[in-house]
Design a protein around this ligand. Sequence first.
Ligand SMILES: [Zn+2]
Ligand SMILES: [Zn+2]
Length: 288
Amino acid sequence: MCTKTYSFKNLNKTNTIFLLLTPIVAIAGTIAWLKVDGFDWRIMALSLAFYIATGLGITAGYHRLFAHRSYQASWPVRLLLLIFGAAAVQNSALKWCNDHRVHHGKVDTDHDPYNINEGFFYAHMGWILLLEDADEYKFSKDLLKDPMVMFQHKFYLAFVIIFSFLLPAFLGHLIAGSWLGGLFVAGVARIVFVHHCTFFINSLCHVVGTRPYDKKQTARDSWIMALFTYGEGYHNFHHTFQADYRNGIKWYHFDPTKWLIRGLNFLGLTWNLKRTKAELIKSRLQAQ
Ligand SMILES: [Zn+2]
Ligand SMILES: [Zn+2]
């Protein structure tokens, strides 16, 4: 049953303005780019690169590395994941991971920060628009002791300005002579796309698909959703075996986040990749 209401008083003004304004600025800015500089495929390639890098910053970095500790990584990898995770503009790793750990621990209850039982809109983005109680990061004691995570938390706004806006604008100018294209397409429009692709994990991934491993909670497996969520669409598996660095366990499952982690493992840059034992996965499948 939906219990949340949205009123001027209980809105988080910063989040609400940002989430509502970015799509408008993205459209207006893209039109300005097309009128002033004209279409250029190099801007589209830059935007795609930022779409992939910032999305993976969230899924490989914030989600599977920092929230779940499903593998370990060398400091340059951790730094890059914190930089591109911040550039996705979904809050600092500390805040994001704390919310996510509560989501796993209290899934589908009133304490779940993006409880799907409050409705699709709430789970997708409504929860971000509302004010919440002061954060104590009760579930993130380990992250509070991590100097890189805390540095990113302290300077989160600077990370966002530099890596999500200034860097694409500069690269747009460098590559295609168009800071407008860099800023509005690879910057703002890309933020909107990455936002909604990752928001889908909390909304559609709890609605669309099957529940092969655990029918008692709402998370679902769907290869179609995996296409939009950098491989996070195998969400029933993930909620059942959250320590696993994989979400799609078969080789043909579309899970680019897993491929990145494993690719870096071949280069010696990530290690201790946690995998659930095949017998355990099989026994869960049979138990359903
Ligand atoms: Zn998770
Ligand atoms: Zn979930």
